[in-house]
Design a protein around this ligand. Structure first.
Ligand code: NAD
Length: 542
């Protein structure tokens, strides 16, 4: 059917003049995947051929219409009418009003609403996960896994709603008590990247709602259908509970994103995206003294020590470098191998890569392990980076080619022979390219791990306990995620997720990341009946 549709789409411009309008209509209809029986799961999610992309209690969208494409075939899926800046501003106003009601709801009752959102997601996991795969290009199991992450964080948030707490602090003054309480911030703006169009919103929304905030989301412009479908699921739970739109959506491009960042009514702006954009977002939010969570790019290294379990390291490299076709923020971009193992490791890795070649294919086909990259832009930066690497003296040990077929397919690529500080090695290229570097020892490998601007994820493969503890100590990895004997990618929701340096310093998801969605109130209660100053200060006129 896909081949048939491609055929139709290719014929369309040449035949346009000769077709009757009815036929034209039929053909145009046939060129949207949503109208095909195989894609009926899109309709199960409440999507239509043309979808409004703004929700703040009701659906609308007066901005430009954007077509969402399947990166695996280049075919149009459906369209979304984005919001404009005026609609964003209205949505902000309504979501702030919703917050005023929501903050009065007891935290465990808010948790109950989040539990219902998790249950609703369970109902729609299959079609929603498929849509994530279809729109991003990630394989079926990864699409399902992404929705599972949202479900997991909802479960986490339900528990959190009953246990997140402040503390009682001893006062130096007699009959005084100091309390510390965590209060909601107000409106949390979420701007997300294309590669995790569902889970990033989920991590933020589940915790922000539980702690009493309302949420306004702008998803990536190239994944608008996931934004709309996800919001519909959440909106249904809010409707059933007679709640106002404590979650709203305004799909849009840079203009809408920039207006959200600049708006003083947005108390916390959680931004996930590239370092370049994130730096500007951070400065802009700081300019108005807002709070910001920055979850930006990574340049993640996997170190293979002399003592490593090589089989495990190879398996980790395979998933780390090629999972999500190299488009996770935690993708392994550098493998730093002990000099004694370097050549044999590269050889073994290329054998594994070769086994994956027949598994490159459409993201929704059952046998596919390597789907397409998201857009032509990813293909272009893949090509440019490989050319630059070659000019710098690198050798393409595997891959390096764009596949000649419809959709955006590239070969997973291994590059050797580059200096650890070559320009391409220090840059995040959002494509399946890994640089294998040869290091003298673990100390040198750690220094190289730390010398890049980004500080998101890192891993060492070692059986040597001294090296392992050096790695996780103060002299070890400077990243937010510091793994031993497992991949750089694929984090669980229980830990805090995020990275240091140019990755932005933000933390989301588990551990005490919830504190970022709250303001801390330090409350001194005087129950002595007399006024007493701290530090023994005397200040009265008697
Ligand atoms: P991007 O920076 O191009 O876009 C991210 C979002 O920012 C989009 O919604 C976009 O519309 C919006 N945006 C663009 N310009 C803006 C502006 N001036 N003001 C406000 N918003 C603006 O990123 P991308 O290509 O969608 O995603 C890939 C990048 O995201 C990679 O660098 C990847 O490492 C990073 N990422 C990081 C994490 C993490 O948790 N650290 C997770 C996923 C992706």
């Amino acid at each position: 059917m896909i081949a048939h549709l491609r055929h139709l789409t290719r014929r369309l411009p040449a035949q346009r003049g000769r077709l009757l309008s009815g036929q034209q209509q039929q053909l145009r209809s046939a060129s949207f995947l949503i109208d095909q029986p195989e894609y009926s799961f899109l309709k199960d999610l409440g999507l239509e051929r043309d979808n409004p992309g703004v929700f703040s209690g009701h659906w609308q969208g007066r901005g430009p219409t954007i077509t969402s494409y399947d990166p695996g075939t280049g075919q149009a899926i459906a369209t979304v009418r984005q919001g404009n800046v005026q609609e964003l501003q209205q949505a902000i106003g309504l979501t702030v009003e919703a917050y005023k009601q929501w903050r009065q709801v007891p935290a465990p009752v808010r948790g109950e609403i989040v539990r219902q959102i998790g249950d609703e997601l369970r109902k729609y996991k299959e079609p929603l996960g498929k849509l994530v795969s279809l729109e991003v290009g990630k394989i079926y199991s990864e699409g399902q896994g992404e929705v599972q992450e949202f479900i997991d964080i909802c479960d986490y948030a339900v528990g959190l709603s009953r246990i997140y707490a402040g503390q009682v602090i001893n006062s130096e003054r007699a009959q005084h008590t100091i309390l510390e309480a965590w209060r909601p911030l107000g409106l949390v703006g979420v701007i997300s990247a294309y590669n995790f169009p569902n889970a990033v919103f989920g991590w933020n929304a589940a915790i922000a709602l539980t702690t009493g905030n309302s949420v306004l989301w702008k998803g990536a412009p190239s994944t608008p259908l996931v934004s709309v479908a996800t919001t519909k699921i959440v909106a249904e739970v809010l409707r059933r509970n007679n709640l106002p739109a404590v979650v709203s959506l305004c799909q849009g491009g840079t203009d809408v994103g920039a207006a959200l960042v600049a708006d003083k009514r947005v108390n916390l702006l959680s931004f996930t995206g590239s370092c370049q954009t994130g730096r500007d977002v951070g400065v802009e939010v700081q300019r108005r003294f807002g709070k910001v969570i920055l979850e930006l790019g990574g340049n993640n290294a996997l170190i293979v020590d002399e003592s490593a379990n090589i089989k495990m390291a190879l398996d980790a490299a395979l998933f780390g470098c090629i999972g999500t076709t190299g488009q996770r923020c935690t993708t392994t971009r550098r493998i730093i191998v002990h000099e004694k193992l370097h050549d044999s490791f590269v050889e073994a890795l290329t054998v594994k890569y070769a086994q994956l070649l027949p598994r490159i294919g459409h993201q929704l086909e059952a046998q596919t392990l390597v789907g397409p990259v998201h857009t032509q832009q990813n293909v272009d930066s893949y090509k440019a980076t490989i050319e630059e690497a070659k000019l710098l003296g690198g050798t393409v040990a595997f891959g390096g080619r764009v596949l000649e077929r419809a959709g955006h397919y590239v070969e997973p690529t291994i590059i050797t022979g580059l200096s650890h500080d070559a320009s391409v090695v220090h840059r995040e290229t959002f494509a399946p390219i890994v640089y294998v570097l040869k290091a003298r020892d673990v100390n040198e490998a750690i220094a190289w791990n730390n010398e890049v601007e980004q500080g998101l994820s890192s891993a060492i493969f070692t059986e040597n306990i001294s090296q392992a503890f050096k790695w996780i100590g103060a002299q070890g990895s400077d990243c937010g995620i510091v793994n031993i004997n497992t991949t750089t990618n694929g984090a669980e929701i229980g830990g805090a997720f995020g990275g240091e340096k140019a990755t932005g310093g933000g933390r989301e998801s588990g551990s005490d990341a919830w504190k970022q969605y709250c303001k801390r109130a330090t409350i001194t209660v005087n129950h002595s009946g007399e006024l007493a100053c701290a530090q023994g200060v005397v200040f009265n006129v008697e």
